[in-house]
Ligand binder design. Structure first.
Ligand SMILES: C[S@@+](CC[C@H](N)C(=O)[O-])C[C@H]1O[C@@H](n2cnc3c(N)ncnc32)[C@H](O)[C@@H]1O
Length: 254
């Protein structure tokens, strides 16, 4: 794929490879592929305008990896099996490029009201909004905000988010569900955990891939993860073997 000649050959090849990997991951949901190609074209168009093409292609390569995609589809598969679980107002903490939001929006049974992605990496904010453009346009059903997740109030958050014209808007939101599939990346995880009120619905993933230097908060086992993020009620707990490492998941109420 080389939308409007935006990329040089090696870059366009790696995007084609990424789409191929995504299509393998989505084998039961392959009708989504044409849409994903359209959405990635938009992400690349925007990256070209912002002169971030090379970094964006690298992000696409990373988020389309087998482990990343499988982990998100696993989350959705398990969530769908939990009776009466409504996502409502979602805070996607350290939600990176917003691929989980993108996949959750395809699932009508999960009752998503709105998803706010908070990440401290500016490029992730741009990519996640480009990828989820359809829902950004739908009265901010998806909205990304540049923010350290340790600086949020999880009872009732007050934060400023950027509008399309670059001006800022203050929002007050009380989340129903807090998702963090990047727990292995969170410095001062305990401080973040303490900020979350008891009773909040939580969906968490971490892993034991200690080799990655960005993984500063890995856990060695599901038991370790349960101790790090103690829940008063567990609705799902499990481990997904991804070959080189395992991903752990906890769903429940704090
Ligand atoms: C490489 S990505 C996540 C991969 C992950 N396995 C997933 O769920 O897709 C990790 C993200 O966490 C973000 N992050 C780490 N600490 C953060 C913090 N304190 N506040 C906001 N974002 C944070 C990084 O900016 C990055 O976008």
């Amino acid at each position: 794929m080389n939308p409007k000649g935006l990329l040089n050959k090696p870059d366009s090849l790696s995007v084609i490879e990424s789409i191929y990997k995504i299509s393998l991951g989505l084998k039961d949901n392959s009708s989504l592929i044409p849409q994903i190609i359209e959405d990635l074209k938009r992400v690349l168009n925007s990256a070209h305008k912002n002169q971030t093409s090379i970094k964006t292609v690298n992000y696409i390569e990373r988020f389309s990896s087998k482990g990343q995609f499988k982990s998100k589809l696993w989350l959705i598969q398990k969530l769908k099996k939990i009776e009466f679980f409504e996502l409502g107002q979602v805070f996607l903490c350290a939600g990176w490029c917003g691929t989980l939001a993108y996949l959750l929006f395809q699932e009508k049974t999960l009752k998503v009201k709105q998803i706010f992605n908070f990440d401290k990496d500016p490029l992730s904010i741009t990519i996640s909004e480009d990828l989820n453009r359809k829902w950004v346009k739908e009265n901010w059903k998806f909205k990304a905000t540049l923010k350290d997740i340790l600086d949020l109030n999880y009872h009732s958050a007050q934060f400023n988010t950027l509008k399309k014209d670059g001006s800022s808007q203050e929002l007050f939101v009380s989340p129903d569900t807090i998702i963090n599939t990047s727990c292995e990346h969170i410095e001062n995880f305990t401080n973040w955990w303490k900020k979350i009120p008891k009773g909040k619905k939580m969906i968490l993933q971490s892993n034991n891939f200690y080799e990655d230097p960005e993984h500063i908060n890995c856990v060695s086992s599901l038991k370790h993860f349960k101790n790090q993020a103690p829940l008063s009620q567990i609705l799902f707990k499990g481990e997904l073997n991804l070959g080189k490492y395992s991903r752990f998941m906890l769903i429940g109420n704090k």
